[in-house]
Design a protein around this ligand. Sequence first.
Ligand code: XMP
Length: 319
Amino acid sequence: GWKLSSFLERSCAEIRARVGGERVILGLSGGVDSSVTAALLHRAIGDRLHCLFVDNGLLRQGERETVRHLFGEEMGFALHVVDAAPRFLAKLRGVSDPERKRKIIGREFILVFEEAAGKLGPVRYLAQGTLYPDCIESAAAGHGRPAVIKSHHNVGGLPKRMKMRLVEPLRLLFKDEVRELGELLGLPREILFRHPFPGPGLAVRCLAPITPENLALLRAADAIVVEEIRRAGLYEEVWQAFAVLLPARSVGVMGDARTYELTAAVRVVQSVDGMTADWARLPGEVLSRISNRIIQEVRGINRVVYDISSKPPATIEWE
Ligand code: XMP
């Protein structure tokens, strides 16, 4: 509404006043918050905004291409895509402990980001898509998972080490206002209503060894889950919908042959804020299509199970 269009005007003026003729760098993940932050800064300072997209090898199917196409080509942002997949995967080889995965990925992200930013020459400002609830949560940090989540999610540690000044234009907004602002800025619904995706990406959804082969299986299964949920018109009705690759092998039959392959778990949950969640009562036909397609199309997975755990006591992610 008019309130947000005047916020947009004011915010652009504030950003220009703050950064003057300087350049600003932003880690663009393609999620709601970083995308809207990018669009707002681009409106304010154009090409002086430099977006860094890090491909850590743990992204979902088509994610890198979507970001490159939308932000690099259609919206014309100064976008730098960093292919860091081999680095991340080398560091994760043989690692199965969830918190170690998170630590490794968080640390590597900072190194990759610093290196890529260094190539742009001196940049004094770092933009972040911090929202109002993030500020509250950080203030209350120190007990348990939310603080840990935020440390990766919001690129914690970067500003201090890089001696950059922070630009956080969304810090007074709630999620629904961010979406509305994004719409004003011309971002498509597919970005603004995207499901949350954890910073450590597919690493915390791959319980089987993290190898390029297993990640390819997980990506293919995950894409089928999301596609069928969309096709059923349920994407915006659920909080998250994704696949998890389990290290369990089981026996199956395919034609005349015996198979002995991995298992995919399908996780679809409803939630208001991610703090509590319930498994989605999907129609049987949707579950059936997801299962049939994964087993038929993804060679290497011969069994699909549906996760019927609620949070608490289970978490939404498996790791
Ligand atoms: P859990 O699994 O704790 O997840 O029920 C709650 C919400 O947080 C997301 N999540 C993460 N996000 N880094 C993130 O940026 C993380 O390490 C992480 N772990 C969980 C999860 O997808 C869900 O939306």
